[in-house]
Design a protein around this ligand. Structure first.
Ligand SMILES: [Zn+2]
Length: 103
């Protein structure tokens, strides 16, 4: 597979996810479909999404989740974290943000 093919695939994934985000509020069915196609392209071409985009997919049911529409974002204590809950399957993704120094 050439470098060019992978680049094209990456562009297409970007467009699909952008459109899915735009459509999420009015037409969730379409957004889900676009996100599914984007995810499939990623798997086929072995593309790794940047963190912000990876967050848009539920770790539990792999669906497209948008905060405020079908996901809930809360800040938690113990451990200090950002908690993203998928309202489709109820899976909670925990992003621990501890302020302890790393060294
Ligand atoms: Zn889910």
């Amino acid at each position: 597979m050439s470098f060019r093919t992978k680049d094209l695939a990456r562009q297409r994934v970007d467009i699909l996810i952008d459109n899915a985000l735009k459509n999420a509020r009015e037409n969730m069915g379409l957004a889900q479909r676009q996100a599914l196609i984007a995810r499939r392209i990623c798997m086929k071409f072995n593309i790794r999404l940047p963190y912000e985009k990876r967050q848009l997919f539920c770790r539990g049911c792999k669906k497209f989740i948008v905060p405020g529409i079908n996901a809930r974002v809360r800040l938690g204590n113990k451990p200090r974290s950002v908690r993203v809950k998928c309202l489709g399957c109820g899976h909670v993704y925990l992003k621990v943000v501890d302020r302890k120094p790393r060294c």
